[in-house]
Design a binder for this molecule. Structure first.
Ligand code: 5AD
Length: 506
């Protein structure tokens, strides 16, 4: 979903660091940092892939800043360039490799001595092979070793450059992704933050490389997560997104259900109790993990927003079985019905893979019909990409690229039509948004998000920043709504009661 670019290295200004465990008193700590900055190298982190990767990059950036490194505004001036990689599809891996090749060539021509490193999923799955292929790379840091990045860089920068490949498992590493930069802005804190709650996945979908790159499921404790969330809220954060590869499995092995409520629902309840927090989101869940306790939580927990990202992958039972998804089309549809029963305005998005091995025209037609039947707000559509050492990669009947492309196009068209209608239906309505900051496409405008996860762009001013406020939607386009706060401000306070206006929806 890529909600924000990675905090790592993208801001030319110094970030504000949240480091709950810092042993330094604040004032003294920052004096020390300023002294170190004058001599410490600068780092640029480029992030590929999902929100989990963005969060990992942010935590590594925060860790480096705490050690006195500065964050370079771009790769072209940095002393250290780290690529935080994604392995989910081959294209993501190739992009990072090409990028590294270009960076190395550029450094050889103009700026010798730059330290290069790979981190994250591809670093984990390829390890030493990355250095064999690109001998100028100095550092390879796996997904359980992010917290050791600063230590490795110190060693590399101080002494003779011996290559470092650190990709072993590490007990407790799931609890090390905890430091925050809060959007890299010094003058103000971010209003939204991601919090990593667990690592790994035990589902073993046949197409998926995640169990190889992120390992098996390991959860943090509820107390630890809540402490981090409280700290963020005390710094001005009003919306928290709980992150993990399969968040609905949170605490499955460690936390006993209480009155039928899973560890994950218990976590949501604990986060709900944090004063000052306005909204809770989470991603990614597994449809199988949506028990009645979680469905019911949407009606009971006021801060849990009316939004669910439910990766369905296919509308064909035959494909779902071959993918090892653990549910049928009918079960999925039943779940959607239950969720809309509890929250009729729920925003529902999904992931779909087209062109899985053996997918027939009939299977694909079932996916198209499922998408129409559910009426998703948005779908992320992926062309199947064979991944090393996954069962699906060894299946016969791999589909030709052209067929995968064709199905991708067909599904995109269907999804765009649905979205145009669903987004268009918001025009004229009043929606509540949390204003996150400047719009990415046009920084002169502001953007906020509805509880059901629609982006709303509007002409606003400083007084709107960080606010939970109502805007009137004036038009829609693509996957964006455009609003006008002035229209709402001119109206009587109780807009819901105004007879000529439709009731506000979130
Ligand atoms: N090929 C294509 N898409 C994939 N995804 C995961 N593995 C693959 C693969 N091998 C997609 C799934 C998942 C999303 C994050 O990426 O749809 O939900």
């Amino acid at each position: 979903m890529g909600r924000r670019s990675a905090a790592g290295g993208e801001s030319p200004r110094m970030p504000r660091l949240i480091r709950p465990s810092s042993p330094f008193p604040r004032a003294r700590g920052s004096l020390i940092l300023h002294a170190l900055r004058a001599v410490m190298p600068s780092v640029y982190i480029k992030t590929y892939g999902c929100q989990m990767n963005e969060r990992d990059s942010e935590a590594v950036s925060a860790q480096l800043v705490a050690k006195g490194y500065t964050l370079a505004p771009s790769e072209s001036t940095a002393d250290v360039v780290l690529l935080n990689t994604c392995s989910i599809r081959d294209m993501a891996e190739q992009k990072a490799i090409n990028k590294m090749q270009n960076l190395i060539a550029e450094s050889r021509r103009n700026r010798p001595g730059v330290v290069f490193g790979f981190m994250g999923c591809m670093a984990q799955s390829r390890g030493q092979r990355l250095i064999d292929r690109l001998p100028d790379v100095d550092l390879v840091v796996g997904t359980q070793k992010f917290h050791r990045t600063a230590e490795h860089l110190d060693t590399l920068l101080k002494g003779p450059r011996r290559k470092v490949v650190d990709i072993g498992p590490e007990e407790g590493s799931q609890s090390t992704i905890r430091e925050h930069l809060l959007n890299g802005q010094v003058s103000r804190t971010a209003v939204t933050a991601f919090v990593s709650i667990m690592q790994g996945c035990n589902q073993h979908c046949t197409f998926c490389i995640v169990p190889q790159t992120r390992g098996s499921e390991r959860s943090r404790t509820i107390g630890d997560i809540v402490a981090e969330c409280r700290e963020l809220v005390s710094r001005g954060v009003r919306e928290i997104t709980l992150l993990g590869q399969i968040v609905t499995s949170f605490g499955r092995r460690d936390i006993a259900p209480v009155q039928g409520r899973s560890g994950f629902v218990q976590l949501l309840e604990a986060v709900q109790d944090i004063d000052g927090l306005e909204r809770i989101r989470f991603t990614s869940p597994h449809p199988k993990g949506y028990g009645d306790d979680l469905v019911e939580a949407y009606g009971r927990l006021s801060k849990l927003v009316e939004s669910a990202h439910l990766p369905v992958q296919s509308g064909s039972d035959r494909m779902l079985k071959a993918m090892h998804r653990g549910y049928t089309r009918e079960q999925f549809l039943k779940l959607i019905g239950k969720l809309r029963g509890v929250q009729p305005g729920m925003g529902i998005t999904t992931d779909i893979i087209v062109g899985f091995p053996g997918e027939t025209d009939d299977d694909f037609a079932r996916t198209l019909s499922l998408v129409r039947e559910v009426d998703f707000d948005m779908a992320f559509i992926f062309k199947y990409s064979p991944r090393h050492n996954t069962p699906a990669a060894a299946l016969p009947d791999q589909l030709p690229r052209a067929m995968r492309e064709e199905r991708n196009q067909a599904l995109l068209e269907v999804m765009n039509d649905i979205a145009a209608r669903r987004y268009g239906a918001f025009v004229g309505r009043t929606v509540e948004i949390l204003v996150e900051g400047p719009s990415r496409k046009n920084p002169a405008r502001l953007m906020g998000r509805t509880r059901c996860n629609k982006i709303v762009v509007f002409e606003g001013g400083e007084r709107h920043r960080d606010q939970v406020m109502d805007v009137r939607v004036t038009r829609s386009g693509g996957f964006t709504l455009y609003g006008d706060p002035a229209i709402v401000n001119l109206e009587p306070a109780s807009h819901a009661a105004a007879p000529h206006l439709p009731a506000p929806i979130s």
